[in-house]
Design a protein around this ligand. Structure first.
Ligand SMILES: Nc1ncnc2c1ncn2[C@@H]1O[C@H](COP(=O)(O)OP(=O)(O)OP(=O)(O)O)[C@@H](O)[C@H]1O
Ligand SMILES: [Mg+2]
Length: 277
């Protein structure tokens, strides 16, 4: 159990690193763009005008009203001003993107660390929050692939649950869903997350995508240890997810209409009342 637990956390950690790497890549592109903008800045043109005005300090009035170059200066200044404003706007925009990406990395790492720190034991937790944390870990990649997230989360009271296990299962389901969407031709790629109470004593979390779908003969195979259809896949995610769900007294199931029909994974968990220590 300890090994499986560590392997699960290692999966989440490697997913975090992978995503942070991707975000760093766009930060890198952003900083290069900003350097280029600064290098090509029109601010030097302004210095040249000031130099010219300085040289003609003695007869500035005549220069501005009668000299061919001098007469052009007001027009030129307003052109430079427009260019500089445009420059500033583009820099601000790129900087905004950079700040957003840095914040993104910070949130992702904080989330991962908070899960690495929890005991791996049952504790009171809000399932909605666990779902949002799991999404946070893959958010950049989902955004990158143009995936639209739809939340249908019933506001449930906190339950006694092993947060780490749930987040590990969800991170793999979300990552799988994102992959299926990234590799499908569907124009409106949707990843739907649902949470609802099922009967008196269980709750269900559904991760539904309209991606590549699963052939009927693979619906049971995908839970086998080592089954993968991805060039860099391990085929561990669903296997360990199903085991973890079982250990928690729940289950992990799949439905799919077949290739091109998307897939729906349902994680069912017992609703254990919170134990206050
Ligand atoms: N949402 C989905 N849509 C289509 N196929 C899926 C989906 N989720 C899983 N699969 C199929 O199930 C296989 C097994 O998934 P699993 O998560 O166990 O391993 P993996 O994603 O291939 O690798 P990893 O160990 O890195 O998670 C995938 O390779 C894929 O073929
Ligand atoms: Mg997987």
């Amino acid at each position: 159990v300890e090994t499986a637990h560590r392997a699960g956390m290692a999966d989440v950690a490697s997913e975090v690193l992978h995503n942070v790497g991707n975000i760093l890549n766009s930060i890198n592109i952003g900083t290069t763009q900003m350097s280029e903008m600064v290098a090509a800045s029109k601010v030097d043109a302004l210095a040249r005008v000031i130099e010219m005005l300085d040289e003609r300090r003695e007869d500035l009035g005549t220069f501005l009203s009668e000299d061919a170059k001098g007469k052009h200066i007001p027009v030129f200044l307003s052109e430079v001003s427009a260019l500089l404003q445009n420059e500033r706007d583009r820099l601000a925009e790129t900087l905004d993107g950079l700040a957003k990406n840095v914040q993104h990395i910070k949130n992702t790492i904080t989330t991962q660390q908070s899960y690495a720190r929890v005991s791996g034991m049952e504790e009171p937790a809000s399932i909605q929050e666990v779902i949002e944390d799991a999404i946070q870990i893959d958010r950049a990649s989902l955004e990158h692939h143009g995936v639209r997230l739809v939340y249908e989360l019933e506001p449930l009271p906190p339950v006694q649950v092993n947060k780490q296990k749930v987040v590990q299962i969800l991170v793999n389901l979300i990552k799988n869903g994102g992959y299926a969407l990234a590799h499908s031709d569907e124009a409106d790629k949707v990843l739907r997350l649902r949470l609802y109470r099922h009967g008196e004593d269980s709750l269900r979390i559904e991760v539904i995508d309209n991606g590549t779908g699963i052939a009927p003969e693979n619906l049971t195979r995908i839970f086998r240890h080592g089954f993968t259809t991805k060039p860099n896949g391990h085929g561990f995610g669903l296997h360990s997810g199903a085991l973890a769900a079982k250990e928690m007294g729940g289950s992990l199931r799949v439905e799919s209409g077949g290739p091109g029909q998307g897939a729906q994974f349902t994680l069912e968990l017992p609703c254990k009342p919170v134990v206050r220590s």
